[in-house]
Every structure is written in C-alpha cells, then in structure tokens.
Design a binder for this molecule. Structure first.
Ligand code: CS2
Length: 489
C-alpha cells in the first residue's frame, strides 16, 4: 500500500481542500490536539475564504510527528470516532514543519517573518512555566532560570516566545499570540508570563512597549477530546483511505473554539468554519475548564484508582458518575457566571455522552497525567468560591485527594497499574515533600503544604482537613468508599 502524499490522497478525503501557498501562522506544539483542532478549523476557514494562512508547525522535542508529516507532503489523516461509526479525512494546511529542540533558532526566526502574523500555542499547562503557589512566572524553576540567564538562546516555551517578540520589536510588525491550551484567561495568562519573562531578563522599554501595544493575546476556549494514537490507528486509516499514514490522529466528532476577536494583524475566517467569536470568552473558559476538565480529572483519578483503563470504563461506574454529577451541581455550577443564553443542562447532558464514547476509548492515564499543573486550572478558584460562600467543596476535595492517592504514593498504598501509567512531572518533588511521612494523613498534609497548590486555598483548614480525611479513606477503604463518603457529605 502506498504512503499518504499529495498524489495518493483519495478524492474527496481532504478536509476543507484549501491548499494555501504561503504560511501566516506559526504553531508551537505539533501534537495531536493542535492537528485535530485549530488546524482543522484553519483548513475549513481557508476553504471558505482563502488567505495566506498556511501553518508553519513546530514540535517541541521530537521528530515523531514532524518526520512523517514531512515525508507525506505535510498531510495527515484524522479519524473521527463516535457511536455512529468512524470517518476519516485528510488535513492539508501545514506548509513547513520543524522541531524546536533540534533547531530553536528556526522557530524564533519564523516569528519574525513579516508574513507570519499569528503564533498559536499548544504547549499544555506545564508549558507556561507558572508557579503553582502564585500563578506568576516560576522564576525558581531551573529551566526558567537558565533562560533568564541566557535569553538569546532560550529553551522554554515562554523564553522562546519572548525571544521572538524581542526580535520582532525591531520591525514593529504587529502580531498575535494565541494560546490554545486549557488555561483560565488563557490570553491574559500568556501575556503575563511573557511580560514577566521580558522584565526579569532585562528587556528594553522599547520591547516592553511593543509587546504591550502591538501584540495581542486573545483569550480562547478550546475543546475537542483527542486521545493518543494507538498502534491500530494506522491500520484503521489504511482500511478506510487505502494509504499508509505514519502520523494519524484520533478524535471525537465534537469540536468547539470560542475566541476573543482581538487579532493585531488579522486572522483566518475561523468564524466561518464554526468558531465562535465572543466577548464572553472567559465565561466559556470557566464552563469548559470546570464542567468538562475538572470533572474529567475526577473521572480519571477515581477510575484510575479503581483500575478502569479507559474513561468510558470509569464513567460506566455508578460511584464515579454520582460523584461527578454531584461535583457539577454543588461545586462547579455555583462557581460560574454562565455566558449569556448558555443553558448548562444540555451541555452537561452532552458531556455525559462524550465521556461515555467507547469508540474513542480515551485512556484514563492520559487524562490523569500532568495533574500537578492541570488541577491548578480546574480546582482552586472554584474551591475558593465555595469556601467564600461558607460551603466546603467536597467533590473538589475528593478530586484533590484522589490525585494525591493516585500519583504520590502514600505510605503502604498501592494505587494500581492504571495510576502507575499516569505521567506526573511532579512525582520526584512529591516524593521529596512526603519522605518520612508515616500515615496517610501526614502524607496528605505534606503534599498540601508542599507548594503544589495555592497558599490561599491550603490556608482553608476546612478544605485541607477534608482532603486529608479523604486520602485516609482512599488508603484504608478504597476510592469507592471515599467517593461515597464525599457524595453523602
Ligand atoms: C483532558 C483534556 O487531559 C485532560 O486533562 O481533560 O485533554 C480534554 O480531553 C480536552 O480539554 C477536551 O477539550
């Protein structure tokens, strides 16, 4: 069977069929999510309205995706999996690909090209280098410190963006930096860390003025469940399209993008491809980060501790479902001001179907990975809202407790094989912070006071004590008992 390329793409398989000649967007983080989300919106927008908005895509570290894409004329396929069956399409919107770790200079140089007017980012929550305790740029992090000491040769995402904007300030050409990650006030947060980086690394007033006045950082809410590719994915593509694709993506059918229409140098007609331009993006972000992502974390940690390998497996357990729906009702919904005209009931109903998508088979370990940074976007502000109202947010405490039990190895507790698969960048620091703890409660307390959560939240003894109790219950009686205890409270 022949490899996917311009010549072998089956007639009618192209999504959008837009074929841009020139690139106008630089993208950092050439993973599955970008390729199933913004890249598809861009291909569809260009098919409607055209424009020089091809994408120059950069992977952070490895050639795993960039290599095959290069060999396939920058094309790749998407498998959309739902109860209605599987659909395959081919995306053709990238015109260059690179790997930052191999050539950071090429990435920085691409930010200065005048035709490049937007940088999109999918670097995940970890990539913004924010302090868990304060939310500001984490200047204590070794990688950030190294970049601050040598801002001309950065390695972190924030340092790379700051370097590109510093060089772009010389031409003064306006630019937009668009975060497509699950961050609260994503644009504002990105502007903040980039500006803090520039200030701490001795940037000139001219550069700071340029970034303040000529660079926009729109807020955006992004949503599509995109699990990793499995060894079978290429076989499925081969069966459906008759070509070999070495960099396919799997995704659910649902896709949503809500953007603040604040682009300093223009944008593709994303709105004509179904994206929503709104002046209430932060409200949409909160809805999504809390109802979907916060609940997703609870499903993953309870399910993981219960040995459920996939999200639909976890979701099919009554104790998980009861806890999640209680969390939405009691802890998340009261913490949000809904966007105008937004009805939460059908949204939640739709979430239940998305979590139950067995065709997609999203992995529990994927959603449970990186909890130390993801939970910060999902839990603390909602919890503080409840606490300020005089309520203990039991399900947010349960989410925190289940994360601690799943990834930080309380004494004498085996979290099981699914939890062991979760990738947690803070494992080492968690181990240091909890070394020598003799009981589950003592262990939990050390995590709580170890700088992994905002000080303002941990200062609430009603929350910290609840987390401690629930870790204790998980360790001695299991996740089901803890969920029941929290749901009954
Ligand atoms: C998930 C998200 O990994 C996670 O924690 O909650 O990746 C989720 O699937 C997406 O945000 C859906 O848009």
């Amino acid at each position: 069977m022949r490899a996917l390329s311009r010549d072998t793409t089956p007639a009618g398989a192209l999504i959008g069929a837009c074929a841009p000649d020139a690139t106008g967007i630089v993208h950092l983080g050439l993973g599955n999510f970008h390729r199933a989300h913004a890249a598809v919106f861009t291909a569809e927008a260009l098919a409607v309205e055209g424009g020089d908005w091809g994408i120059a895509g950069f992977a952070n570290a490895s050639d795993r995706v960039a290599g095959p894409m290069r060999a396939q004329d920058h094309r790749y396929s998407i498998l959309e999996l739902s109860g209605e069956g599987t659909r395959a399409g081919v995306v053709d919107v990238h015109r260059r690909v690179g790997v930052v770790a191999a050539d950071p200079g090429a990435f920085v140089a691409s930010l200065v090209e005048p035709g490049h007017r937007i940088l999109t980012l999918t670097v995940s929550e970890v990539g913004y280098s924010r302090s868990p305790r304060t939310g500001a740029l984490d200047v204590d992090h070794a990688d950030v410190r190294a970049d601050l000491d040598a801002p001309q040769s950065p390695r972190t995402a924030v340092g790379l963006v700051a370097r590109g904007l510093t060089l772009r300030a010389e031409t003064g050409e306006p630019f937009t930096v668009l975060s497509c990650d699950n961050l609260q006030s994503a644009g504002r947060a990105t502007r903040q860390v980039v500006t803090e980086f520039l200030q701490s690394s001795g940037a000139t007033g001219d550069v700071l003025d340029f970034v303040a006045n000529r660079v926009s950082f729109p807020n955006a809410m992004v949503d599509r469940i995109v699990p990793g590719t499995t060894p079978q994915t290429s076989d499925e593509v081969a069966a459906l399209l008759g070509v070999v694709d070495r960099a396919p993506v799997r995704a659910e059918k649902f896709s949503m993008w809500v953007l603040e229409d604040d682009f300093a140098a223009g944008r593709p007609a994303w709105d004509r491809a179904g994206a929503i331009m709104s002046d209430e993006v932060e409200a949409y972000e909160l809805v999504k980060l809390r109802l979907l992502n916060g609940s997703h974390s609870l499903i993953a940690y309870l399910g993981g501790l219960d040995g459920q390998p996939t999200i639909p497996d976890a979701w099919s357990q009554d104790f998980v479902r009861d806890a999640v729906l209680a969390g939405i009702r009691d802890d998340y919904l009261p913490s949000i001001r809904l966007p105008r005209g937004f009805d939460s009931a059908p949204y939640v109903e739709q979430l239940t179907h998305r979590w139950g998508n067995t065709a997609l088979g999203d992995r529990t370990a994927r959603v449970g990975s990186d909890g130390s940074t993801k939970l910060l976007q999902r839990i603390p502000d909602a919890a503080l809202h409840a606490l300020a109202d005089g309520r203990v947010p039991h399900m947010l405490a349960l989410t925190t407790a289940a994360w601690i039990a799943a990834v930080s190895a309380p004494p004498g507790f085996d979290a099981g094989p699914v939890a062991a698969e979760m990738n947690e960048p803070a494992r080492e620091r968690l181990a240091q912070a909890t070394r020598g703890a003799r009981t589950a409660r003592e262990h939990a307390r050390r995590v709580l006071t170890g700088g992994f959560l905002p000080d303002a939240l941990v200062a609430h003894e009603s929350f910290a004590g609840r987390v401690e109790e629930l870790v204790d219950t998980i360790v001695h009686h299991g996740a089901r008992a803890a969920a029941r205890e929290a749901t009954a409270a």
